[in-house]
Design a protein around this ligand. Sequence first.
Ligand code: NDP
Ligand code: 8X3
Length: 250
Amino acid sequence: MTDIALVTGASSGFGAAIARRFVGEGRRVIAAARRVERLDALAAELGDALLPLPLDVTDAEAVAALPGALPDGWRDVAILVNNAGLALGTAPAQEARLDEWERMIATNVTGLTRMTHALLPGMVARGAGHVVMLGSVAANYPYPGGNVYGGTKAFVQQFALGLKSDLVGTGVRVTDIQPGLCGGTEFSQVRMGGDAAKAAAVYAGTTPLSADDVAEAVSWVVGLPANLNINRLEMMPGVQGAGPFRIARD
Ligand code: NDP
Ligand code: 8X3
């Protein structure tokens, strides 16, 4: 019996790369996202080992019903990858849009929390499982315009550590993967409201991480012996580092 992984946000970027990597390693993957045609394309590429699952993680009822709604043979989810998430905007807090802040919280915090709440009891009952979060370096290092996005990822980090504490002795592992600058996904397109030039400028003149780098990290943490839990894994490209404090002078 192969492990079943449920990956949220599998229609793009990290989620699609993780789904491909897991299927390549012999796992079966439930690929969840809102853009069903993307998931269908992934299923056409990867075959029966991938089950497309139309899901909006901000839909409380759909997430709560998920464990019972999965088809027979797909219910024993051993690995949950809480990857669905987004940043919206780079404006300073005093100029930011409240609806964008609320959408980041609804997806990155509330959606991720509900997914975990829905699938964790099954893992504990089976005495094995792994919850992998896609956090960010933004949890650890503030930067101008990162305000609520960084706040959501700080929640993810502390939630993951809290889960780890609760789950001691249950056989369920928890890991927060914290990537830095990563190109080749739709993250910056989404953040810049679809402005392709602004999104491209984020990576201009750099060699950032790739989605495959992140998938490799996820694959590594879940493939480790069951007695070994990586709590947090922070990863940056060589071209990135933390900046200094900002000081306004007269
Ligand atoms: P992408 O924009 O390429 O992918 C985001 C995925 O999330 C999409 O598949 C999207 O699918 C899904 N998603 C968004 N909202 C929802 C929702 N309400 N319900 C279900 N799925 C949703 O971004 P990345 O792959 O780059 O990012 C993935 C994760 O990694 C995010 O949590 C992000 O914060 C984090 N991250 C990204 C970094 C980067 O530099 N790229 C660095 C560090 C962390 P759909 O629209 O089809 O629903
Ligand atoms: C995405 C990485 O540095 O843009 O989480 O916040 S960063």
